[in-house]
Design a binder for this molecule. Structure first.
Ligand code: SAM
Length: 477
């Protein structure tokens, strides 16, 4: 409960925020109430302690209000500006905006906010510099205002209309032409606009620093850590990992002690900790539900691109056929994807050359007579016995093939050791740091150490961490 005086302060702050779009300074509060700055400060502190305002220490005008009716404010990530030419920035969710719960109509929905640039939606009351609140979803009904991703690289805010043979993205400003999206063009709905906040920059606040999360001063090299990789990566220094070779839980194909998996947090965390030029190898497959593949692998690959990764190569991990996918009408399932993603151009590329040529030949020189009688000097390139591999890699799997020790088989979904080794040799050099944020039985850690790289491993399951430690110990690693 607020005293009458405190209520006067609270009302004043809210009025200024509403009219000016920015919180009053302590000096303005003092001047308005004809009190000293220190008394104003004390009153504001009381409001903060009682939970009526949120204020960042040390930042002027960083105040925002908590609804007086006690309504909860939900923090929604502010993902950047919506402008042509770039996808929505989704790398760091450091800025959040506080939104009254009643403005978020679907309790289980995922929301984000974007700042608008431009005036193409002005007749829909969405102006330059407004903030729109977006519900994340992939579909929309005609007439809804959507955040649309075009050609995988341009994000735009328009009204959506599905019409005969095409989609029309309609601006709400007669000075702009609609965008017609014909079939075949890359198009994705990223969310629908559910609310617009005009001049409410005041509620934008930097998330308080997670002081209770202690960052590692240095990388925990050659260690395995138990915990959620999304949290563990937050503690790691940025740009510290040369190579990541990992594999997530695949849909619900396997049950790893029932842990939940935050893919988007994982993707952003990986982008943060991987060095410029570093590589992420993401090995993944889909589940098939009633003859319909989930497509999770593709969605993940595209999300990695959205976060900023470069999709360097989509490789195939070919293995012993696993059985028809749910019925006998499908071909035998025999591969998984290995998405090779890089932060910029990969800094290390050591292509494996172990595909045998039919024969080998030294280069030689010769001549060829041209039609005018002159001689043209020729240089013929030779070829060695081995040439570079294709991007389909085949491994024998199962007991006796995947791992050279027996401990690994206590995990339900291990990598073939050779697969990990081949990636380590391709995308890293001795001494480099190799991460597996979901290390399971520790295959990546083992192969990194055996190949003179340093490793960092984590897994959410205590049982698997113990397994990894036992496995590494058995090799004195
Ligand atoms: C496909 S398995 C990895 C197997 C591993 N490549 C190997 O060779 O043993 C996926 C692993 O992710 C772990 N996991 C799931 N969610 C996680 C999270 N949020 N943080 C860390 N590990 C997680 C599971 O416990 C499981 O061991």
């Amino acid at each position: 409960m607020l005293t009458t005086r405190q209520k006067q302060f609270n009302d004043f702050i809210r009025k200024i925020i509403k009219t000016k779009g920015v919180a009053p300074s302590e000096r303005e509060v003092a001047r308005h109430f004809r009190i000293s700055a220190s008394t104003a400060h004390e009153h504001l502190e009381t409001l903060r302690e009682k939970g009526y305002v949120y204020k960042e220490r040390g930042r002027a005008r960083s105040m925002s209000v908590i609804e007086p009716n006690g309504e909860k404010l939900i923090l929604v990530p502010l993902l950047g500006r919506i402008a042509a030419g770039r996808p929505i920035e989704a790398i760091e969710d450091k800025k959040m905006i506080a939104v009254p719960q009643s403005r978020l109509p679907f309790p289980n929905g995922r929301y984000y906010a974007l700042q608008v640039t431009g005036d193409s939606m002005i007749d829909a009351n969405i102006k330059d510099k407004d903030t729109v609140l977006v519900k994340e979803q992939k579909t929309a009904e005609n007439g809804q205002t959507v955040v649309a991703l075009l050609d995988s690289n341009e994000t735009t805010l328009k009204k959506f209309y599905k019409e005969q043979g095409h989609i029309r993205l309609q601006p709400a400003n007669k000075n702009y032409e609609p965008i017609i999206v014909r079939s075949g063009r890359d198009f994705e709905i990223q969310g629908i606009v559910i609310d617009t906040m005009h001049g409410e920059r005041n509620v934008v606040m930097q998330l308080p620093k997670r002081e209770n999360i202690e960052s590692y001063r240095e990388l925990p090299l050659n260690k395995v850590i138990c915990g959620d990789a999304v949290n563990i990566m937050q503690r790691m220094p940025e740009n510290s990992i040369d190579l990541t070779v990992t594999s997530p839980p695949y849909d619900e194909l396997r049950n790893y002690n029932g842990y939940m998996f935050d893919f988007e947090g994982m993707a952003k965390g990986l982008y943060r900790v991987i060095k410029d030029g570093g590589v992420l190898v993401w090995v993944v497959g889909d589940q098939t539900v009633k003859g319909n593949e989930t497509g999770t692998s593709f969605r993940q690959a595209l999300y990695f691109k959205q976060v900023g990764f470069n999709l360097f190569d989509t490789m195939i991990y070919l293995k012993t056929p696993r059985g028809a996918v749910g019925n006998n009408t499908a071909y035998w399932q025999t591969f998984e994807y290995m998405f090779v993603l890089s932060k910029g151009t990969p800094k290390t590329i050591n292509l494996l050359k172990d595909r045998e040529n039919k024969d080998e030949r030294d280069g030689d020189r010769g001549t060829k007579r041209l039609s005018d009688g002159s001689l043209l000097k020729l240089k013929r390139a030779g070829y060695s016995k081995y040439r570079r591999r294709t991007n389909v890699w085949e491994y024998l799997i199962g007991k006796g093939h995947s791992a050279s020790d027996n401990i690994a088989y206590q995990h339900p979904a291990i990598f073939p050791e050779k697969l990990v080794q081949d990636h380590i040799m391709s995308w890293s050099n001795p001494g480099d740091v190799v991460l597996d944020p979901m290390c399971g039985s520790g295959t990546t850690c083992k192969m990194a150490a055996l190949n003179k790289r340093q490793y960092v491993g984590c897994d959410i399951s205590k049982e698997y961490i113990e397994l990894t430690r036992k496995r590494l110990k058995s090799y004195h690693l």
